[in-house]
Design a protein around this ligand. Sequence first.
Ligand code: SAH
Ligand code: SF4
Length: 358
Amino acid sequence: MHINLYDLTRPQLIELLAGWGYSAYHADKIWHSLYQQQTHTTSAMSDLRPDLQAKLQAKTAIHPLTSQLDTQSSDGFTRKFLLQLPDTHAIETVLMRFEGRKGAPRATACVSTQVGCAMGCVFCATGQMGFTRHLTPGEIVAQVLHVDAILQTGGERLRNIVFMGMGEPLHNYDNVMTAVTILTDHKGLAIAPKHITVSTVGVVPGILQLANDGPPVRLAVSLHGATDAERQKLVPPARRWPLADLMAACRAYTTKRKRRIFFEWTLIENENDTPEQAHALGQLLQGMEAHINLIPLNPTIGYDGEPTHSAAAKQFQTILGQYNLPSTVRQRRGIDIAAGCGQLAAITHSHPTSKQVY
Ligand code: SAH
Ligand code: SF4
């Protein structure tokens, strides 16, 4: 079995080469080829000693992901890639552009962490498809490299990563954190940890682990309900991790990390957008370092709820303001290419009978 070089952190690569009798100097050269030059084959790493190159070819492989489909939203701000994994499963990765504060575009990659998802949130296309498998660190890293390479052709670099694609990152904790170590390595892509956001449905042990010994990434927690009864209707794992436990883990995170948490709330008309839920949310988060992102529901085939209208969203925000809680209603982006939050399902045109998300 060949080792995928994208699976290794730099210290792991150094260790691998040390085992073969090569110094860290050689490992750094390979690392530079992988992440600065984006070389896709070891044979193209021309400045390596031939004996090392032969060893690499015998023992390792590099697995970039091939794009099966590349779609651009009509407003030009969102681009979605259907990427094929070595075992032929497919995942989706999204490149989003926002106007930065100084007018310069800010590029963000929305990255997947699993093929499907085991959490089963009722309104999410990924949840509706069920769980197939975890992604390896290298498969997570390769998505970022794919997006960065595309940006580089236009003279841009990737600055931000959000783990908000397919899957639940904290259900695949070790692989996601290894990928974070690789992506933030100062001799590689050098993405700043504060420019990486891990979004979780509320996997309490994962939040505690992140608080205790995780990298200094940002944390987003998807709430969607401010009472256990409401949350359990939408988010099945809420039965395993009730709000009391979830909020205790969130407080542990803000205390240890001295960072605010982003709370995500998908606004569904007449479901969780009522003044009662807004007040319950205000009480739940009052006094916490928090920012609430309100996301009007994006359509998926398996759920027939409607998105909250802007007037009701505004009212929801006003109530949160009474508890001194800042919030933003997210702009809907990439809906025409099913690249919005919760719409990723990796549907290929060769599977016309699979779920459509338009
Ligand atoms: N599993 C993680 C990250 C991926 S989902 C999580 O749940 O946080 C990314 C975000 O999209 C989450 O906040 C999720 O609740 C939201 N989302 C899922 N389906 C959606 C939909 N149909 N419309 C709007 N947001 C949705
Ligand atoms: Fe999984 Fe997140 Fe979708 Fe829930 S919202 S099913 S946790 S990807």
